[in-house]
Design a protein around this ligand. Structure first.
Ligand code: NDP
Length: 316
């Protein structure tokens, strides 16, 4: 059964969006390891265009990943019309000073359009709310930054606007700003870390109640990112280490597919990344089965025994 998350999330040509193909985390580090290395850059382009050809129509990038050019090249290489794809990018408030690229969301989008070789972006997110006004060129607080994001939408350069890593309080700060501007200026997405060890129940519930689609980054965290903070060694005996192989056998799906499907069962749209074609294929192959309610509940309860956050640890 396909989970119809929301009818609003369609490419310009009218197709509902799939799970996202990310170009952060793994690809960001590939690029950073040698940003001028053509082999590295071509690898990113190849794998992203492979993903598009296989059926991902949802591409997730961000200013800080520096992968806009590769996403643009991948789209061209895939031969898929732009309007059949959905591109999300993110404005990063606190990278401004460090990277000396002071600009507003309007300015970011202008340069992103060039780098992506497109004339519109489907979704612009504020990457995170963890910044101080003095870290930004325009002394932004959350309200004034959101007002500038709204300006980008008014310009027509982006179809939708949203946020990432926002708590309920952060959402409550910006929603009234949108309400004074009109319904079309409400945030449509909150992209957060989400997996059984970080169910973020309060944020998910509040977002969904307010019509905001929750997107999951790091959805595969329980498979390979569980590290003991003190020893920095991988933890092998966490609760899902036993349960996931059992469910994998029961459903005839990989453990990664179980985790991605778990997100869908929660009406949360996962974004995933892989450099391996087999895994890229598998991750898309999650629409042809359901997890039973009992198994979702079991994942919930086992997951709740082991709270774990892999990203933005110092901010929460
Ligand atoms: P995942 O949890 O899907 O992790 C991806 C990693 O998992 C890759 O390194 C991949 O390695 C590995 N992997 C993929 N499939 C499997 C598998 N079957 N078994 C074991 N390992 C596997 O997602 P990410 O953390 O990468 O996040 C997804 C995207 O979300 C990012 O690319 C980025 O676009 C976005 N993001 C957003 C953030 C935000 O603050 N808004 C923060 C972090 C990410 P391999 O290449 O070897 O397959």
């Amino acid at each position: 059964m396909t989970v119809e998350l929301t009818p609003n999330f369609k490419t310009k040509s009218g197709t509902s969006i799939t799970i996202g193909a990310g170009s952060g985390t793994a690809w960001k580090s590939v690029k950073r390891s040698d940003p001028d290395n053509q082999v590295n850059l071509d690898r990113i382009v190849d794998k992203l265009s492979y993903s598009i050809k296989k059926g991902y129509n949802h591409l997730d990038t961000a200013e800080v990943y520096t992968t806009h050019p590769e996403v643009g090249r991948a789209i061209k290489k895939s031969g898929t019309p732009r309007e059949d794809l959905w591109i999300t990018t993110k404005y990063n408030p606190s990278s401004r000073v460090a990277e000396k690229k002071d600009h507003s969301p309007v300015e970011l989008v202008e340069s992103a359009l060039k780098e992506l070789n497109t004339d519109y972006i489907d979704l612009l997110l504020i990457h995170h709310p963890f910044f101080k006004p003095e870290q930004t060129k325009y002394n932004y607080d959350l309200v004034s930054l959101w007002q500038d994001v709204i300006k980008v939408k008014k310009s027509g350069a982006v179809r939708y606007i949203g946020v990432s890593n926002f708590t309920v309080d952060h959402l409550k700060t910006i929603i009234p700003v949108s309400e004074t501007e009109g319904k079309e200026f409400l945030p449509v997405v909150n992209q957060i870390e989400f997996h059984p060890y970080l169910q973020n129940k309060e944020i998910v519930q509040f977002s969904q109640k307010n019509g905001i689609l929750v997107e999951a980054y790091g959805p595969l965290t329980p498979l390979f990112r569980i590290v003991d903070e003190k020893s920095n060694k991988e933890v092998a005996d966490h609760p899902l280490a036993k349960l996931l192989p059992q469910l994998s056998e029961k459903y005839g799906k990989t453990q990664a597919q179980i985790l991605l499907r778990y997100a869908l069962e929660k009406n949360v749209l996962p974004i995933t990344t892989s450099s391996k074609e087999e895994r890229i294929d598998q991750a898309l192959n999650i629409y042809d089965f359901d997890l039973s309610k009992q198994d979702v509940d079991l994942i919930d309860s086992e997951g709740s025994k082991f709270p774990y956050r892999a990203f933005f640890k110092t901010y929460f």
